[in-house]
Design a protein around this ligand. Structure first.
Ligand SMILES: NC(=O)C1=CN([C@@H]2O[C@H](COP(=O)(O)OP(=O)(O)OC[C@H]3O[C@@H](n4cnc5c(N)ncnc54)[C@H](O)[C@@H]3O)[C@@H](O)[C@H]2O)C=CC1
Ligand SMILES: O=C(O)C1=N[C@H](C(=O)O)C[C@H](O)C1
Length: 269
């Protein structure tokens, strides 16, 4: 059995991951971790989630959780994820990262840790979005620079980062399709006297409100026509199932930072 630790277990995704682990053949939930000081620490996980006791106590002892596990699944926050990555690599525990909102220094730290650790990281763990990433790259390459690209995403009112990790994956894909650098071409939101659209810009716009789970449009607006690629998530369990798939896939892999494209066989990052 593959022993799974869930980091950030009380969160929207943490609770989905508990259910997905219970439903995953060949996996067992071995540890449930929350941040120090959280109200769930020391409680039985099942009772903390509002159900029957399950004999697993929520802990903030990361070393003990890693010692009990083969792989840790982590949907938390950037600083927490980078700190955990170093400890997981040291402990020989694989790390599935769903967290988004990383800056360049976080990403550089994860790349360095992945020279010895086993990581799958993706801003979106769903099959549909990862398929859309490959399509967005193809469409950007085929349509050429006279088609203006705008990426629009919508999420629930609690989301703390923008653009979403998924929007950035899609932005990276269209930049690659066009052979340009996303850092050079990204235009994040517009306000005021912005002037006319910059040639070749890749626009990002973030809607936040209510209980959107995650919606992404990539618009290619050209002369006389528009093409829109669209993904709508209607159940957060989708992401948890993808993370479990990644956790199973990592078994026996060489050290490295893999993506869901690798896991799903859709081509590398
Ligand atoms: N890659 C994907 O497919 C998806 C990624 N996400 C990302 O996952 C992250 C979490 O999202 P939600 O579950 O909606 O947020 P949330 O706020 O509901 O949950 C985050 C959890 O992490 C915990 N946490 C924070 N710091 C911690 C630490 N140092 N140690 C242990 N636990 C810690 C918090 O206490 C909280 O329970 C976000 O970055 C979000 O964008 C969300 C959905 C899908
Ligand atoms: O925070 C969320 O909820 C989500 N985050 C991911 C992102 O930033 O793209 C994936 C999904 O859209 C839900």
């Amino acid at each position: 059995m593959r022993k799974i630790a869930v980091f950030g277990v009380s969160g929207r995704m943490g609770q989905m991951l508990v259910q997905a682990t219970d439903e995953q053949p060949g996996a067992v939930l071995a540890a449930a971790v929350e941040r120090a000081g959280h109200g769930w620490i020391g409680q039985d996980l099942g009772q903390a989630m509002g159900g029957a006791a399950r004999g697993l106590v929520v802990t903030d002892d990361i070393d003990a959780a890693l010692a009990a596990s083969d792989v840790v699944i982590d949907f938390t926050a950037p600083d927490a994820t980078v700190a955990l990555a170093a400890r997981a690599a040291q402990a020989g525990v694989a790390h599935v990262i769903g967290t988004t909102g990383f800056d360049d220094s976080h990403l550089a730290a994860l790349a360095e840790i992945a020279t010895r650790g086993h990581i799958v990281r993706a801003g979106n763990m769903s099959l549909g979005v990862n398929l859309l990433v490959t399509l967005a790259r193809q469409v950007a390459s085929a349509l050429g620079a006279e088609y203006d690209i705008e990426i629009i995403e919508a999420h629930h009112r609690h989301k703390v980062d923008a653009p979403s990790g998924t929007a950035l994956m899609l932005g990276q894909a269209v930049a690659e399709g066009r052979g340009v650098s996303l850092a050079d071409m990204a235009d994040r939101g517009r306000d005021g006297m912005t002037g006319a659209r910059r040639d070749g810009a890749i626009g990002f716009h973030a809607i936040r409100g209510g209980d959107f789970i995650g919606e992404h449009d990539v618009i290619f607006a050209g002369p006389g026509e528009r093409v829109t690629l669209r993904h709508v998530a209607s159940d957060r369990a989708l992401f948890a199932r993808g993370a479990l798939r990644a956790a199973m896939w990592l078994e026996g892999r060489a050290p490295g930072e893999y993506s869901m494209l690798d896991v799903l066989g859709l081509g590398g990052r």
